[in-house]
Design a binder for this molecule. Structure first.
Ligand code: GLC
Ligand code: CA
Length: 554
């Protein structure tokens, strides 16, 4: 395998709106990010993925772009962006932008022109159809609820939006659309970006001709996944995009890919793949119900282990997955994967370690390094996220009481991850001197960066140790390139695996509050990491505390 500059890196996701506000308007911004680069460098991360900060009406928090060549004034200016790229470079860090090209905003000039003249060249930038009264073109359900079809005002036509109605899908079948996209990608890469995260990319290829599928809910609509299963030929678009853009630059790209077919993995992330890497969402999607969030099943520690190992086995050494425990679309990983009532610094460190040392590129989402938790929402009025509001409606329609519906959707709400970063114990967690656009998590008084930076036993300090271990000259090769072999899979609530390369490491987490003992076959040479001060040893046996996590060299 050819070695690439990004193989041994650690990535960090920034959600600009909630990271740090430099001017007191309650909205995080680019100068805010620049002022925190030293914080990030001290943590040890190298690649910074920024959720969108392009010009946008923020109908879906920036994932609805109205100008791909502009920075939204709420986030700053293009000079700020150039400065961020340069300041990051000075510190050996790389900036990834979010590439949102399945759709744009309905406020993009292309869409405005399509609306003025649907038969003109811009009409073909989107999926437009003639409206037939009383009949939808297809019965596909948008990811954010309701039909994917919306009237194009004043035209007698309808347009397709697989996300929000303010996010019209771009017609990738039209070569002019693709040209515009490639031009924009290269324009950004010429600025010296480290690469892109590719948003919702699996949606760019629709199954054509479009048709209805079997409805899966009482609304008579079908999930987008049903259509996507039938769509073939995405590789032509992705391969072309790679050749026309990324390949010409030595950049890192990571795809937001759900439901890939196993045989597609080499095409996606193999040596010559469309992307450098793609996220492992196996744990994220586990337990999801086609009925909606209210009917989803919470994952158990054993299922978590199974999901991680299955994904690892599918990819093997064919490429590099990007491993996450959370992102801006998901609840906080510690609240989701650690059994209820057991969230504590030890269990948070265990989860961090188990995920971080999997084979692949580790991604840390802002605040994850502090062990930030889900928000104790007490009313649906506290929720901003359009997806949560839709899921709440669905839950109510299915007969859940207000209280039950809130409880169900609060667990999965995207707002859990979107509350402001907890910098300090001061007002609004030190995120802003004004009023934050989204309320801070009330636990900021105890969970915040300032305290954790001083405390060698904090969750953040543990993340630093994990990062340092991954980068240490002795263990780097093993952690980056070594294989992964699960062990003790028959044991309940014990997640353990070998990483085998130049050296052999045994990574283990006692995923329960009860103690247990394990026998290390052949003993061990050295303890590299331990989330407790002590390690119980009785002869051959190691006795592990609840949620104890160890990395041993064996
Ligand atoms: C991706 C983004 C999500 C957004 C959606 C539409 O899933 O991560 O935040 O809502 O795409 O762009
Ligand atoms: Ca601001």
């Amino acid at each position: 395998m050819t070695k690439k500059w990004w193989h041994d890196k650690v990535a960090y996701q920034i959600y600009p709106k909630s990271f740090f506000d430099s001017n007191g308007d309650g909205i995080g911004d680019l100068p805010g990010i620049i002022s925190k680069l030293d914080y990030l460098q001290e943590l040890g991360v190298d690649i910074l993925w920024l959720s969108p900060c392009y010009q946008s009406p923020l109908a879906d928090q920036g994932y609805d772009i109205s100008d791909y060549y502009k920075i939204d004034p709420r986030f700053g200016t293009m000079e700020d962006m150039d400065c961020l790229i340069a300041e990051a470079r000075k510190r050996g860090m790389y900036i990834l932008m979010d590439l949102v090209v399945n759709h744009c905003s309905d406020e993009h000039l292309w869409f405005q022109k399509a609306r003025q003249d649907p038969e003109g060249p811009y009409g073909n930038f989107f999926y437009l159809t003639d409206k037939v009264e009383g009949k939808l073109p297809t019965n596909w359900r948008s990811y954010f609820g309701g039909s994917v079809w919306e009237d194009l005002p004043g035209t007698g036509k309808q347009y397709l939006h697989v996300f929000h109605k303010k996010q019209p899908d771009l017609n990738w079948e039209n070569p002019q659309v693709r040209e515009e996209i490639y031009k924009n990608i290269c324009w950004w890469l010429d600025k010296g970006l480290g690469g892109f995260r590719l948003d919702a990319i699996i949606n760019i290829k629709k199954a054509l001709p479009m048709r209805d599928y079997e409805p899966d809910r009482e609304d008579g609509l079908c999930s987008m996944e049903t259509m996507l299963k039938e769509a073939s030929g995405i590789g032509q678009f992705l391969g072309e995009m790679r050749d026309r853009t990324f390949r010409k630059y030595d950049v890192f790209t990571v795809g937001e890919v759900f439901n890939e077919k196993p045989e597609e993995i080499p095409d996606f992330i193999g040596e010559n793949g469309y992307f450098s890497s793609m996220f492992d969402f196996n744990e994220t999607i586990f337990g999801a119900s086609e009925k909606g969030w209210y009917a989803s099943r919470h994952i158990t520690p054993e299922e978590y282990r199974r999901c991680c190992f299955d994904a690892q086995a599918r990819v093997g050494t064919m490429g590099f997955l990007s491993n996450i425990i959370e992102n801006h679309d998901e609840p906080r990983g510690v609240s989701r994967y650690i059994p209820e009532g057991d969230c504590c610094p030890e269990s948070k460190k265990m989860l961090a370690g188990l995920n971080f040392l999997l084979r692949g590129i580790p991604f840390i989402y802002q605040g994850q390094e502090l062990g930030m938790e889900n928000v104790p929402f007490t009313s649906i009025d506290e929720i901003d996220d359009i997806s949560t509001l839709d899921e709440y409606r669905t839950a109510r329609e299915a007969g859940l009481s207000e209280e039950e519906a809130l409880k169900a959707v609060a667990f999965y709400s995207r707002d859990n991850a979107r509350t402001p970063m907890q910098w300090s114990g001061n007002a609004h967690a030190g995120f802003t001197t004004g009023t934050p656009w989204l309320r801070v998590n009330p636990n900021y008084t105890t969970i915040h960066a300032a305290a954790q930076m001083k405390d060698p036993d904090s969750v953040r300090s543990f993340y630093k140790q994990l990062i340092a271990l991954r980068k240490s000259p002795e263990y780097k090769e093993t952690i980056v390139y070594g294989t992964l072999e699960p062990v003790w899979e028959e044991q309940p609530n014990l997640m353990a695996y070998y990483r085998k390369g130049e050296r052999t490491l045994l990574v283990m987490g006692n995923f329960q509050r009860e103690r247990r003992s394990v026998v290390i076959p052949g003993g061990y040479k050295k303890v590299l990491l331990n989330n407790y001060k002590e390690l119980g040893e009785e002869g051959e046996k190691l006795s592990l505390n609840g949620y104890q996590f160890l990395v041993l060299e064996v």
